[in-house]
Design a protein around this ligand. Structure first.
Ligand SMILES: [Zn+2]
Length: 483
């Protein structure tokens, strides 16, 4: 939900050409890349404690056999014969969870930093939420060339309305015809979902929903400010990012706000949301949450988004962030008026309550971060663990529920529960080996010992070696003294 844009506008005539290029470069799942797979390739993980993310049970002393890229067998280590040709990894005293998904990221042109960071942090899948077509083309080319990457699903261009502010990852749509064409374009470049943004007019939004259905593509993103959450849910809007619109939708003053509030920019919208949070109507909320469950609408709280944006210093863990980006962040932090930081802090104070209400009502959620270099203090991979921690600490989720929001729930959202989201026979072998029990303390998801991606074992040391590091700066370091 970047508020700032520093990139150049990508001219429309290029779109057709880019779409063709991307079609030629193919798809983005690790198992579909051109990497050679040895048919006898067998990896055996021994003596592991498997975390069952469905039940929250721990299953001790298990041997997980992985043939090529799939879990072919799981059984008690005492009863298992191991073939001589297998690669064996002892996981005694360790916990195995499914690979994590960050369900809201922006890769931009940062993929060379981002992909190794995701993997080093156990993130084996990401949902990209809007990018310039040049970027989509870059990732696809790198993947095609054999780069090791998490599984990637992407949106292509974000569909927005309002005055064009020349963001290269957005299309500014005015008519229904433009909307339909935009959906067709994203479908052509291999998008797995259509991302919409806050300023899309309601009539254009309805056209997007209708056209996307023809391509069997879910529509997700910022709930457009002209659209009520209840209407979007009924229409099958599949994920609501940043909890936008949910305070208004669950308040007794929804009608009044839709009639009178100035929601023509993000500040006005946020103020309306904060006001609405003072007028919570539990009956209305319960009805909305019932619809969410019925229609499978997934809230993506991205608690870490507002939290990061309210920080007034560079995160001390920013050694994974290129110096030029840290300098840009310092500049942004210095230029941020205190009122904006206050607003973010105010949103921060309302968000946990909504997460808790959704969770109490049994609405499953997705873990996402909004990671990007455009916004301050996001660290690819690291921020997802922050989000999980916040979902538990402030949002009131159990560690199991938080874990589900990054494993089982994404697999359901993606309609890929058959192959992803749990440590089970027949599934793709995307796993994370942890030194400590994540159900005891969700922060233990950071105790990573190894990652298995698409059947390939990567030890922590190797993962760390592939990650670049930089000196961490402070905002004051970059301060320009007036002459
Ligand atoms: Zn975003």
């Amino acid at each position: 939900m970047s508020l700032l844009n520093k990139n150049r506008y990508l001219g429309k005539p290029l779109l057709g050409f880019m779409a063709l290029l991307i079609l030629l470069t193919g798809c983005t799942d690790p198992n579909h890349t051109n990497k050679e797979t040895d048919p006898s390739q067998t990896l055996v993980i021994q003596h592991a404690t498997i975390v069952d993310v469905r039940s929250g049970k721990l299953v001790n002393n298990q041997t997980i056999t992985i043939t090529k890229n799939k879990i072919s067998h799981i059984g008690n280590s005492e009863d298992m014969d191991i073939p001589d040709f297998a690669q064996v990894r002892d996981a005694k005293g360790q916990y195995v969870i499914p690979g994590l998904w960050d369900m809201h990221v922006h890769l931009e042109e940062n993929y060379k930093n981002a992909f190794p960071l995701f993997l080093a942090n156990g993130v084996t899948g990401v949902r990209e939420m809007g990018a310039a077509l040049t970027n989509v083309d870059q990732w696809n080319k790198s993947i095609q060339a054999g780069m090791t990457t998490p599984r990637l699903v992407y949106a292509g261009l974000t569909l927005n309305g309002g005055p064009a502010d020349e963001a290269p990852h957005m299309l500014y749509l005015k008519t229904e015809e433009e909307a339909r064409e935009a959906v067709r374009h994203n479908a052509e470049i291999g998008a797995s979902h259509i991302k919409v943004y806050s300023w899309l007019p309601r009539s254009v939004f309805l056209a997007v929903m209708d056209e996307a259905k023809k391509f069997n593509l879910p529509v997700v993103g910022h709930l457009p400010v002209e659209v009520r959450a209840s209407e979007a849910a009924q229409l099958g809007f599949k994920s609501i990012e940043h909890l936008h619109g949910l305070f208004i939708a669950t308040s007794s003053i929804e009608d009044e706000l839709f009639k009178n509030a100035d929601m023509s920019d993000l500040i006005g919208y946020s103020l309306a949301e904060i006001e609405a949070s003072q007028h919570y109507d539990s009956e209305k909320a319960n009805e909305l949450f019932r619809t969410f469950k019925e229609k499978e609408v997934w809230p993506v709280p991205t608690m870490v988004t507002y939290f990061n944006m309210a920080k007034t210093e560079i995160d001390s863990r920013s050694k994974y962030v290129p110096t030029a980006v840290q300098e840009y962040w310092a500049e942004v932090i210095r230029a941020t008026p205190p009122e904006q930081t206050e607003l973010m802090t105010a949103i921060n104070s309302t968000t946990p309550g909504m997460v808790k209400k959704l969770s109490d009502a049994g609405v499953p959620m997705l873990a996402g971060t909004d990671s990007s270099y455009e916004m301050t203090n996001f660290i690819y991979g690291v921020s997802l663990h922050d989000e999980l921690e916040m979902l538990v600490k402030s949002g009131g989720l159990t560690p199991l529920q938080a874990l589900q929001s990054a494993t089982l729930n994404p697999s359901r959202y993606l309609d890929r529960e058959q192959e992803l989201g749990a440590v089970e026979e027949g599934k793709l072998a995307d796993l994370v080996l942890l030194d400590k029990n994540p159900l005891e303390d969700i922060r233990n998801t950071t105790s990573i010992s190894a990652v298995v991606l698409d059947g390939k074992l990567m030890e922590k040391q190797t993962l760390d070696q592939s990650v670049k590091t930089y000196p961490v700066i402070q905002v004051a370091d970059t301060k320009v003294e007036p002459e």
